[in-house]
Ligand binder design. Structure first.
Ligand code: ADP
Length: 381
C-alpha cells in the first residue's frame, strides 16, 4: 500500500522512558519518513489533534487521568472514530487489547513484547486495515444514498401512475367501456400499487441506521396491540385471530420496534394456510434479555430457506406475489441487530412458523424470570 509521506504519528504516553523507546523504534522502522509528536495525557492529545492532522495515534491505555478501557472509550467519545488508533497495553495476559479492538482500535501491542520490526508491521498493517475500513464505509454511504435518492425520486411518478390509472378505470367503467380494456387497466393499477409498496419499503430500508437508535423502556405489550390495530384491515380481511399475552418490558427504540411487530404479525396473517390465521405474541425473560415470539398456524417455511428469508428482496416462490416485496424481514433483522439482539425462525412446511427475537431487558425487570403465560390474552378478531 501507499503510505502518507511523511507518516504523522501522535504518541500518547506519559512515561518518558517509553516515549524515548518508541521514538527510537519508529525511527528505525520508518527512517526519515515520519514525524512524531508526543502528548502526556488525553487532554493534551486532544489539543494536539485540534492543531494538526495525524495519520496514526499510538495510545497508551495507562495515563494519569484514566486507565484501561476508560482511556480508549473517552478517546472515541471525544474524537469520534476519525483517527486510526493502536493501543499499548501493559499486560499480555489480559483481554483488554481485544476489547479495545472491539470498540474501534485497529491493533494493540503489549509493552516490552515488541521491537522495531513488530512495531513497523503493526503500523503498516494497521494503516492498511484503516484504509480498507474507510473505503468500505464510503462505498456503503454511496450505496445507501443512491438507494435513498432513487426511491425518493420514484415515489412521486409511481404514485401518479397509480392515481391516474385508478381514475381512468372509474371513467371507463362509468361509460361502460370494453370489459377487456377495463381489466387491463386494472392490471396497470395493481402493478403500480405493488411498485408503490416497493418504493416505500426501499425508502424505509435505506434510512434505517441513519439515525442513532433511541433506547427507552418500552411497554412491548401496548406496542404489540398498537401494531395489531394498525393492521386492522388485514386482520378483518383474513378473519384472523391475534392473541397478545402479557409481555415483559424491554429497552428498545419504540419507533423501530413497532415495524418489527407489524411486519411479523402481518406476515403471520398473510402467509396463512387452509385455516383462518391464528397468531400468538408471547414473551419470556431469559438470561438477562427478553425473548419475544410471534407464532402462527400458517403455511410454514422449509428450513432450507431460514437464512435466505432475512436477506433483502428474498421471497419464496409459490407465494402470492402481489402481497409483498421481500424487505419486511430484512428490516426486522436490521432493527434487531441495531439493538444487539438476535432474530430467527422455527418452522416446518405446513405446520406454522414461530419468529423469535431478543431485546435488552428494561432496567429493574431482572426478577421476572418465569415465562409469562396467556392468562391475560387479548384477542383482536
Ligand atoms: P414479503 O412479505 O414482503 O415477501 P418478508 O421479508 O417479510 O417479505 O418475507 C420474506 C419471505 O419469507 C416471504 O416472501 C415469505 O415467503 C416468507 N415468510 C415470512 N413470514 C412468514 C410466515 N409467517 N409464514 C410463512 N412464510 C413466511
Amino acid at each position: 500500500m501507499k503510505f502518507p509521506r511523511p507518516i504523522r504519528i501522535l504518541l500518547v504516553e506519559d512515561s518518558r522512558d517509553h516515549a524515548v523507546f518508541f521514538r527510537v523504534a519508529l525511527g528505525k522502522a520508518f527512517k526519515h519518513d515520519h514525524e512524531i509528536d508526543t502528548a502526556c495525557s488525553l487532554a493534551e492529545s486532544f489539543e494536539r489533534m485540534d492543531e494538526k492532522h495525524y495519520d496514526l495515534v499510538v495510545l497508551d491505555l495507562g495515563l494519569p487521568e484514566s486507565q484501561g478501557m476508560e482511556t480508549i472509550e473517552t478517546f472515541f467519545r471525544v474524537r469520534g472514530p476519525s483517527n486510526p488508533v493502536i493501543v499499548l497495553t501493559a499486560n499480555s495476559g489480559e483481554d483488554i487489547g481485544e476489547d479495545a479492538i472491539r470498540v474501534g482500535a485497529i491493533d494493540f501491542l503489549t509493552k516490552g513484547e515488541f521491537g522495531a520490526d513488530q512495531l513497523a508491521r503493526a503500523v503498516r498493517y494497521g494503516l492498511e486495515r484503516w484504509r480498507q475500513r474507510m473505503e468500505l464505509e464510503e462505498a456503503q454511504r454511496n450505496l445507501k444514498s443512491f438507494a435513498h435518492v432513487a426511491a425518493h425520486d420514484l415515489k412521486s411518478p409511481v404514485k401518479s401512475i397509480s392515481l391516474y390509472s385508478g381514475l381512468l378505470k372509474e371513467m371507463m367503467q362509468a361509460r361502460s367501456a370494453d370489459e377487456e380494456e377495463i381489466e387491463y387497466l386494472g392490471f396497470v393499477e395493481a402493478f403500480a400499487e405493488q411498485a408503490e409498496k416497493l418504493v416505500d419499503s426501499l425508502l424505509h430500508f435505506s434510512v434505517l441506521g441513519e439515525k442513532a437508535i433511541a433506547l427507552d423502556e418500552v411497554d412491548v405489550e401496548a406496542l404489540a396491540r398498537q401494531a395489531v390495530s394498525n393492521l386492522t384491515a388485514k386482520v378483518g380481511e383474513d378473519g384472523a385471530l391475534v392473541e397478545v399475552a402479557e409481555l415483559p418490558k424491554a429497552r428498545a427504540d419504540e419507533g423501530l420496534l413497532i415495524h418489527v411487530l407489524q411486519n411479523l404479525i402481518g406476515n403471520a396473517i398473510k402467509y396463512h394456510g387452509e385455516n383462518p390465521p391464528h397468531v400468538k405474541v408471547e414473551g419470556v425473560v431469559r438470561g438477562g434479555e427478553v425473548q419475544f415470539s410471534v407464532s402462527d398456524n400458517g403455511r410454514g417455511i422449509d428450513p432450507k430457506y431460514f437464512a435466505r428469508i432475512f436477506e433483502p428482496f428474498k421471497r419464496l416462490t409459490g407465494v402470492n406475489d402481489q402481497e409483498g416485496v421481500g424487505l419486511g424481514l430484512a428490516i426486522c433483522q436490521r432493527v434487531i441487530d441495531a439493538h444487539h439482539g438476535r432474530i430467527w425462525v422455527e418452522s416446518e412446511l405446513g405446520s406454522g412458523s414461530t419468529f423469535h427475537f431478543t431485546l435488552p431487558l428494561a432496567e429493574g425487570h431482572e426478577q421476572e424470570l418465569e415465562p409469562v403465560g396467556f392468562e391475560r390474552v387479548e384477542s383482536f378478531r
